[in-house]
Structures are given as structure tokens and as C-alpha cells.
Design a protein around this ligand. Structure first.
Ligand code: HEC
Length: 153
């Protein structure tokens, strides 16, 4: 029994290590997961926007939400493995350019992470004007990627 389990694990590992060319990814699962992650990004983004409508926004609260956003945002590129685009016959709003122009797509993800870093610095300063300006820069970074790579933009 134990040997059988071990054998199964070895086979599973071998499949996992076989690499993207031969490992069949379940594109539908990948797409659902990344859309759920983007929905979470949006809800964090909105919670910060609401906080910044207050006369005296809570900088520590903003900083915590920014950290959660950044933890997601730094994974964006990994949410788009080869084979999870529109050719996979899944319900995705991702454009083919993501895989055709990976460097540009990556640069836009990096830009978002940079803007989130600046927003965190602003939140730590406690200056509401600075926080609001940086929150707009984050929104611009989201939009700049969507303009090019989201089909329903
Ligand atoms: C580097 C590119 C990129 C950046 C930056 C980016 N997005 Fe997106 N976003 C996408 C792509 C591509 C999709 C389409 C995913 C799909 O349908 O497979 C998407 C989809 C979404 C969706 C729809 C998810 C769903 O349920 O279908 C939301 C909401 C979203 N993004 C919010 C954001 C927010 C908020 C930010 C900024 C904090 C952001 N995105 C930054 C590329 C990006």
C-alpha cells in the first residue's frame, strides 16, 4: 500500500516537472482562478478608494490593504501561463497580445507594483493628498494594462 502511494507521488512529480510543453494545464481552472484574483484586487482597490474619501483617511489601514494588493499584483504574470488564452476555448477576456508581447505585458505588471509601492509610502506618510494622488496612479496602472490586453475594455 505504502509503495503504491509512493509510486503515485513519483508519477505525479514526474508529470509536474515535465514542463509547460507537455503538461496539460486546465485552462478553464487557470482562467477562473486569475479572474477571482483580479476581483479580489478590485475589491481591495475600492476599499482604499472609499477610505480616501474620508477627511482623515487611516494611513495604517490603507497600508495594510496595499500590502494585500501587492501580494496579488506581484503574481499577475504567473496567472497567464501559455495555453490559457482565447485559443484554449475558455471564457477569457485576455487578449492574445499577452503571449505575443510578453515583455510589454510584464512591464505593465511591474508598473502596477511600482505604483503600489509608492502608494504604500504615501500611506505611511499619512498625507491624504499624497495618498489620493498615488491611488490615482495605481488606477492608471490598472487601466493602462486593460486598455491593451483586456478584450472588453
Ligand atoms: C499587466 C496587466 C494587468 C494589470 C496591471 C491589471 N490587470 Fe486586471 N486584468 C488583466 C487581464 C488580462 C484581465 C482578463 C483576465 C481574463 O479574463 O482571463 C483582467 C481582468 C480584470 C478584472 C475582471 C475579472 C473577472 O472577473 O473577469 C478585474 C476586476 C480587474 N482585472 C481588475 C484590476 C485592477 C483593480 C487592477 C489594478 C489594481 C488590475 N486589474 C491590473 C490585466 C491586468
Amino acid at each position: 500500500m505504502r509503495n503504491r502511494i509512493r509510486g503515485t507521488i513519483v508519477v505525479a512529480l514526474a508529470l509536474a516537472l515535465a514542463g509547460p510543453a507537455s503538461a496539460a494545464i486546465d485552462a478553464a481552472v487557470v482562467v477562473r482562478m486569475r479572474q477571482a484574483n483580479f476581483d479580489r484586487l478590485l475589491s481591495l482597490h475600492k476599499s482604499i478608494r472609499n477610505e480616501l474619501r474620508q477627511a482623515r483617511p487611516n494611513g495604517a489601514g490603507v497600508s495594510r490593504a496595499v500590502l494585500a494588493e501587492a501580494q496579488l499584483a506581484q503574481q499577475i504574470v504567473a496567472w497567464f501561463p501559455a495555453g490559457s488564452g482565447p485559443d484554449a476555448r475558455v471564457r477569457t477576456d485576455a487578449r492574445r497580445g499577452i503571449w505575443a508581447e510578453p515583455r510589454d505585458f510584464q512591464a505593465k505588471a511591474v508598473a502596477l507594483n511600482g505604483a503600489l509601492g509608492q502608494l504604500d509610502a504615501a500611506a505611511r506618510s499619512g498625507d491624504p493628498g499624497r495618498m489620493r494622488a498615488q491611488q490615482r496612479a495605481v488606477a492608471d496602472a490598472c487601466e493602462s494594462c486593460h486598455e491593451t490586453y483586456l478584450s472588453r475594455f
